[in-house]
Write a protein that binds this ligand. Structure first.
Ligand code: PMP
Length: 330
């Protein structure tokens, strides 16, 4: 019989798929690393299992313990998967702006979700940050992974994502492109690829307009999971050779094309990274191989990026485009 003992064993070893249409005509080939094929649906499964393994080893997480983390999405799902298998309780803290659908996904995996008001200052005792700290201190046996500073976040990518890409491309990768949130993906994968190639592979971060990584002040943008208004410990400032700034509009339009033209229903940060990858491929040569990491799937964004009305409200799609003409004909 051929089977896995549990879903945690399915984490990692995601395939590369060539972007045939959105990168058509560019000098270099663009290959996408399909992280939504992880069992929890995102790249964050990799860091969840590595952070829990390390916490068990060091003794900060003991049998029957509770994982407390401020997260509203992918990291929560990854942690919940691992916690379920190993008998830990999960308490996730999220701001009230997070959609009910996203909270329900976490609950569906058996996690408890504590909702905090968004409209309070970070110092306020009701803020997302303070509530998660308080719960981590007050719940007996609680452990807070803290993906922004936990070294096992970039390490998981140094040990898995980087070597997988190197082997899959038989060492032919010339450019690696990824969005930057906590910085774990780009710092860990980038460090491995630089080391193994003797510094030959170029590492390019993709960042939403307004985020600090591309020189912004932290002003708001709509693409989720990437960009920051502070510099996390897990972002290694020595790794990126270049940072490409991408607007919300460009990110979302390419996200929609990935679904329609490549059969890849992925999230907005994937569109953002793919925009940066096509810009890199435009400037590259025919021997170059650009790998772009696509962090998650698109089902969590159906009422936003994939909704024509939502896109039109923000001015990302003209109200009278080809799509509405088709609707009128129907
Ligand atoms: N895209 C999405 C959807 C994410 O949730 C994250 C994680 N915050 C990222 C990209 C960025 O990954 P990292 O935190 O490793 O920089």
């Amino acid at each position: 019989m051929r089977y896995y003992d549990n879903v945690v064993e399915l984490i990692g070893n995601t395939p590369l798929v060539r972007l045939r249409n959105v990168a058509a005509g560019l000098p270099a080939m663009v290959l996408a690393k399909m992280e939504y094929l992880n069992p929890g649906g995102s790249v964050k499964d990799r860091i969840a299992v590595r952070m829990v393994d390390a916490a068990e080893k060091s003794g900060v997480l003991r049998p029957g313990g509770t994982i407390v983390e401020p997260t509203s999405g992918n990291t929560g799902v990854g942690l919940a998967l691992v916690a379920q298998l190993r008998g830990y309780r999960c308490v996730f803290v999220c701001p009230d702006k997070v959609s009910e659908d996203k909270r329900n996904v976490l609950k569906a995996y058996g996690a408890e979700v504590v909702v905090c008001p968004t409209a309070v200052a970070p110092e306020d005792s009701r803020s997302y940050y303070n509530v998660s700290d308080r719960l981590a201190n007050e719940i007996p046996g609680a452990w807070k992974p803290d993906q922004y500073s936990n070294p096992n976040n970039p390490l998981s990518h140094y040990e898995t994502t980087g070597p997988e890409i190197w082997e899959q491309t038989e060492g032919r990768i010339t450019h690696f492109v990824a969005g930057v949130g906590t910085g774990g993906t780009i710092s860990g994968t980038g460090r491995y690829l630089k080391e193994v190639s003797g510094g030959r592979v170029r590492i390019i971060g993709a960042d939403p307009e307004g985020s600090v990584y591309s020189g912004g002040s932290g002003r708001p943008y709509l693409v989720e999971g990437v960009g920051e208004d502070f510099w996390p410990i897990n972002y290694d400032r020595d790794i990126c050779d270049d940072i490409i700034e991408v607007s919300d509009k460009e990110s979302f339009l390419l996200t929609r094309r990935l679904a329609r033209e490549e059969g890849l229903l992925v999230g907005g940060s994937c569109g953002m990274a793919a925009v940066a990858a096509t810009r890199v491929a435009e400037q590259a040569g025919p021997e170059d191989v650009v790998v772009v990491l696509l962090p998650d799937g698109g089902r969590g964004y159906l009422s936003k990026i994939f909704d024509d009305g939502w896109m039109a409200r923000y001015g990302f799609l003209s109200a009278g485009g080809a799509e509405s003409t088709v609707r009128e004909l129907l």
